[in-house]
Write a protein that binds this ligand. Structure first.
Ligand SMILES: [Mg+2]
Length: 242
């Protein structure tokens, strides 16, 4: 017998506010810059960038600054070091404008978070650059709703277990809401927790691969923020009778 869900975690990027669109625009601009040096027809540039980014996550972590360094590395590789300093500077400029981009909270999110925060303790759990994520939380106007904000370097079962132990919560008392099956849902289900998946209209290639091996019965999927409170209540009901 469990006493049910008492802690609800929210992912931030592409769950509370728009993010991936701006990364995708930066990638298109990157391809335009590098396209002045090499033929883009075979998709080699996008592949090269993704390979460099994936290999660099373990070194730089997630976020805009790591992306910019990976773009510079990939551009140097793909152009055989022919890329000009002026074009490398353009890449740095793209990263700066991404970091300064105004936060666009998704429609309906504030009401959904308010409704859920009225019933459960809530925490924001996000990965990325500490500096950038703190600025986005501040600029989003949502920080008053979140008593705690956890900026983590990876979203895997050990990280969630550490966060839960800080809240003195068992996995069965925790529900995570997010757009990424890989980062927000699968690791929480694997620990024995609960999840509500709210897909965003675009997904970074890195976040696309996820196997929900077990625990699918502890997950719901919703199409919009307005559906979140009911989905959380439905799972909370299941958790109480579990
Ligand atoms: Mg996300």
């Amino acid at each position: 017998m469990s006493d049910g869900i008492r802690l609800v975690g929210f992912d931030a990027d592409d769950t509370l506010w728009r993010s991936q669109d701006f990364f995708d625009e930066a990638q298109l601009e990157f391809e335009r810059i590098v396209g002045r040096y090499v033929d883009l027809a075979d998709g080699r540039v996008a592949e090269a960038l993704y390979a460099v980014e994936s290999a660099n996550i373990a070194v730089f972590g997630y976020g805009v600054k790591g992306m910019a360094l990976s773009m510079i590395e990939a551009a140097t590789q793909v152009t055989d070091a022919r890329i000009s300093a002026a074009d490398l500077h353009r890449i740095v400029g793209m990263a700066k404008s991404l970091l300064r981009h105004p936060v666009e909270v998704l429609p309906g999110i504030r009401d959904a978070v308010e409704a859920i925060a009225a019933r459960f303790e809530v925490v924001l759990i996000t990965k990325g650059d500490l500096f950038h994520q703190e600025a986005k939380v501040r600029d989003s106007g949502l920080s008053d709703l979140f008593g705690r904000i956890e900026i983590v370097s990876e979203k895997d079962p050990p990280t969630y277990a550490r966060v839960l132990s800080e809240f003195d919560a068992d996995p069965g008392q925790f529900l995570m809401i997010g757009n990424s099956l890989r980062s927000d849902i699968a690791p929480v289900l694997a620990l024995g927790g609960w999840g509500v998946h709210i897909p965003y209209h675009v997904t970074w290639a890195h976040e696309r691969h996820a196997d929900i091996v077990d625990g699918a019965e502890r997950m719901r999927q919703v199409a919009s923020p307005g559906e979140l409170p009911d989905a959380v209540e439905a799972l909370a009901g299941l958790a109480r009778s579990a």
